[in-house]
Design a protein. Structure first.
Length: 191
C-alpha cells in the first residue's frame, strides 16, 4: 500500500516550520504533499492570491525531491483525502500533517451529520507536531493519531509573524527558506 503525507495550509508565505513539519513526515511516508486548499473553513485568504502562494511553495520545495505541491478544491481533511484518492488511487494510505493547534480544532470541529471525526479517521490518520505545546489525543482516537517530533525552535516560526515583521520593517528573512527570500520580498512588499 502506498503511503502519502499531506501538509495542508495557507502558506502565506511558506516558512521554515512548514518545511520542518514536512521533513518529519518523511518518517511516515516517502512523499509529502504541501497542499493549498482553495478554501479553508477557518481562514480567509487575503492579500496574496493562491497563484502567488503556489509559486512560493514550488520554489520552497525545489531542493526537496520527496516534496510536491498541490492545490486542493476544498479545505476539510475528509474532502482533501477523497480528492487525493481520485488522483493517487483508492488504496493510498493518507496521513495529514498538522500542528497541535490544528489537531485540537480538527478533533473538536462540528462536522456535518455522518462525518464525525471518528468516522473520518477511518479514511486518514493525523501526524501532529508539538508546536507550542504537546498534543494528547483523546484515548478513543489515539490509534489514528501519531505525534511528530519538532524542534522547539520552530514554535516561533509562523507566516503571520513573517507578514507582521515585513509590515513593521524588522528582520523576517530567518523565518522563510533562503531560496524564497527574494520572492517573499517582491510579493509581500507590493502596495
Amino acid at each position: 500500500m502506498r503511503r502519502l503525507a499531506i501538509l495542508p495550509g495557507s502558506f502565506n508565505p511558506p516558512t521554515l516550520a512548514h518545511l520542518a513539519l514536512a521533513e518529519q513526515a518523511l518518517a511516515f511516508a516517502p512523499e509529502v504533499v504541501l497542499a493549498l486548499p482553495s478554501a479553508m473553513p477557518h481562514k480567509i485568504f487575503d492579500h496574496v492570491c493562491a497563484m502567488e502562494r503556489l509559486r512560493l511553495m514550488v520554489a520552497a520545495c525545489e531542493p526537496y525531491p520527496h516534496f510536491s505541491v498541490a492545490q486542493m478544491d476544498r479545505g476539510l481533511f475528509i474532502e482533501m483525502a477523497r480528492e487525493c484518492r481520485l488522483h493517487w488511487g483508492p488504496q493510498v494510505e493518507i496521513a495529514f500533517v498538522c500542528g497541535r493547534d490544528a489537531a485540537e480544532r480538527i478533533v473538536t470541529w462540528k462536522y456535518a451529520d455522518g462525518d464525525s471525526i471518528e468516522r473520518q479517521l477511518t479514511e486518514y490518520s493525523l501526524l501532529v507536531a508539538s508546536r507550542l505545546g504537546h498534543y494528547e489525543p483523546p484515548p478513543h482516537l489515539a490509534h489514528r493519531i501519531t505525534n511528530l517530533p519538532l524542534d522547539r525552535s520552530f514554535d516561533a516560526h509562523s507566516a503571520t509573524d513573517v507578514r507582521t515583521r515585513l509590515a513593521e520593517g524588522v528582520p523576517w528573512q530567518h523565518l522563510v527558506p533562503e531560496q524564497i527570500v527574494p520572492l517573499v520580498e517582491q510579493i509581500y512588499r507590493q502596495p
